[in-house]
Design a protein around this ligand. Sequence first.
Ligand code: NAP
Length: 285
Amino acid sequence: MANPIPTLDAQTQLTGVIGFPVRHSLSPAMQNAAFQALGLNIVYLAFEVAPDHLPHAIEGMRGLCLLGLNATIPHKQALLPIVKQLTDSARRIGAVNTLFWEGDKLMGDNTDAYGFMTALQQAGFDPAGARVLVLGAGGSARAVVYALQQANATLFMANRSREKAEAFREEWGLDGVYDFSESGLQSLMPTLDLVVQCTSLGMQPNKELIPPVPLGALPAHAWVYDLVYRPEQTRFLQAAEARGLMTLGGLDMLIYQGAAAFERWTGQTAPIDIMRGAVRTALEG
Ligand code: NAP
């Protein structure tokens, strides 16, 4: 088997992901495979950074001239006041998942919205003007709503706690919000083009769980997109497929958000198929 780590020498540049915990991350496998495929002398590591140490980690990144970083839970929001220069997506979503240099300025970006939208469009769904129900009101829902608003979609949200969905409506100007038990959902479903599942329901180890929405009431042309990628095919997607609906899992979003970071750091087009292969292998391992 080929060594996944490129030859390390005095020219090697360093990237990585900061998180707490971080040892479950698929990004090192995905990014190192991409660097290696393009013959780039860059290595990507996982850094377990405790919340108290986040400012020091960013200072260390500056001091050591790291090429870039990804950030995951719990650092995505905490980076906002630390990284002064933010892209529009990072500012609006309120979370940073990618750090890169623009000259000597450290930029905080959020590539989740790009990853979400690119995966959807590559799969063949046209979001322009679509009627979409977003399930969940957490961090990933913010990236999804941001991306869909750019495409002029009409947006509805259903969430376990109604207060969070109401707060979302106020901040983002959604067209309607529901909690999962509301009968209004039943009459909304036949009018939709897309349902995006942004809760943690169905994610390992709770694979049996499924959001309580009446999938049976969706029209035949509707798509169901589940952001969960562990497992790749959730129970929610299985139920949608059984109804003959078009489905999309979260793996491609993960890959395209990583591809955007790769392109920020290297200026080169990311090798998507190599990255997908590496993530699948890591998921199976
Ligand atoms: P989060 O900020 O913690 O939000 C979790 C959401 O799930 C909240 O809306 C919460 O509802 C809901 N929820 C949790 N447990 C529930 C339950 N038992 N019943 C009903 N609702 C429940 O998480 P997140 O960052 O948005 O991530 C959500 C999922 O998306 C995760 O599975 C994550 O792996 C996946 N994701 C995938 C990608 C990708 O690249 N494919 C990227 C980001 C996230 P309340 O508001 O009522 O608490």
